[in-house]
Design a protein. Sequence first.
Length: 224
Amino acid sequence: MMTIDPALYGFSLLAAGIIALARFKSISRFYTPFIICIWIGCVNEILSYVLAQNDLRTAINNNIYVLCEALLFLLFFRNTGIFGKRTGLYRALFAGILLLWVWENGIAGKITGISSWFRIAASLLIVLMGMTLIHKIITGADGPVEMEDRHLYRNPVFLICLGSVVFFTYKLLVEIFWLQGLNNSPAFRKNIYGILVYINLIVNIVYAISLLWTLQKQKYMRVY
């Protein structure tokens, strides 16, 4: 029976990338940060695979990618209006993400290592923003997302938030495990990453579906 290299599951993100590329002109600029994040993720997946196949380290490109990912998600959530008039909070978070990354990758450590503290902080931030926006959508609270269609399975913002909360919650737990030294066990490490591979696959499919729904004609949202 033919087996598939688990690393190839990461290429499932290409589906979302291709959809975004093919229909870019039809998708509101509201989603631009998310789309750019998808495209950068596609490039990073391909680069990481090529480097790994040639027995080269992928730490540098992955550390750069997680910084871009965190900043773009923060910008996407700002577009939803989740910060309201609290622009100072948004700017503080943006600056904090940059400073933490520079500190861990250039001062306290090296960019060739794994920036666990940054990944924990970035993952936690994305999860909290995603859960906050999900709450606003479900409860119908006066919030930033104004949609004509309230069905959750057809709500692209809800799907993006749901996928992000699931993926980054697990990623947060993985990084905490690593800080506790649990990655010293090869069997445990293999199981953890095995689960992450399939979570990543499912979330990438959710992202692709969310981009398909953005093509629907909707009375959509403000870009702040």
